[in-house]
Design a binder for this molecule. Structure first.
Ligand SMILES: CCCCCCCC/C=C\CCCCCCCC(=O)SCCNC(=O)CCNC(=O)[C@H](O)C(C)(C)COP(=O)(O)OP(=O)(O)OC[C@H]1O[C@@H](n2cnc3c(N)ncnc32)[C@H](O)[C@@H]1OP(=O)(O)O
Length: 186
């Protein structure tokens, strides 16, 4: 990582919930219409997530042709979205809604269309409502695949929020959320 990112000294690590499903279990979409992970969002990225060891989670992204930025390579905003989603999903163990406050990405290597990206993300610690997260991406299939090479890294601050955060948007929601927090599965 070449960006600047300082973790506070008073971080605490959350405990996994007693009913945590364990490594390898799929993480359900937090909202079926989500651009990043929704299973009812044809325009979206349909990222798939599983719990990993401890606080880590893994997300997969097929780098589709429509994600093109410069000729042949992924658009940086799409990669940022993938990190946003992955680091947000890592917060799922808190069992409270979170939103992104700050996200910073280091784009280390170009990522070609047709590749499959694996993103590993985790909570590094929390302070009050602040949730500090980090993640790395690797190409694990397709062109330029090399699981030993980190192609991008991300650091992000998420904030836990109450239901009122999403209540303000209730007149603009596309679709029918299955919970007051706008989450589809939790
Ligand atoms: C039974 C329930 C079950 C529920 C289950 C849920 C499961 C789902 C869970 C998880 C999956 C999630 C997957 C999502 C993935 C995608 C996420 C996105 O893309 S979200 C869209 C983009 N983000 C926004 O639209 C936010 C817009 N911004 C805001 O709404 C506010 O600015 C907000 C909420 C971020 C903060 O506002 P304030 O008024 O609530 O809080 P203040 O008092 O300003 O800040 C609190 C602390 O945070 C620091 N802070 C806030 N923003 C910061 C920033 N940008 N940089 C650094 N520090 C910041 C402040 O300095 C303060 O720190 P100090 O506690 O005093 O130390």
């Amino acid at each position: 990582m070449s960006g600047t990112w300082t973790l506070p000294d008073d971080l605490t690590l959350p405990k996994l919930p007693d009913d945590h499903p364990g490594a390898g279990a799929p993480i359900p979409s937090h909202w079926s219409k989500c651009f990043g992970c929704g299973d009812d969002q044809p325009a979206g990225m349909a990222m798939q997530f599983t719990f990993g060891e401890g606080l880590e989670i893994t997300g997969m992204l097929d780098v589709a042709n429509r994600y093109q930025g410069g000729p042949g390579f992924i658009h940086g905003g799409i990669l940022s979205t993938a990190f946003d989603e992955a680091q947000g999903m890592a917060c799922m163990v808190l069992r409270r809604p979170v939103v992104t406050g700050h996200l910073q990405i280091d784009f280390a290597k170009p990522i070609p269309l047709g590749s499959v990206l694996e993103l590993r993300a985790r909570i590094d610690g929390t302070v009050r409502r602040k949730v500090y997260t980090s993640a790395e991406a690797r190409i694990v299939e397709g062109p330029f695949a090399d699981p030993d090479v980190v192609v991008a890294t991300s650091r992000g601050l998420f904030l836990t929020v109450g239901a009122q955060h999403f209540d303000r948007a209730k007149d603009f929601v596309d679709g029918i959320p299955r919970s007051p927090h706008g989450t589809s599965s939790v």
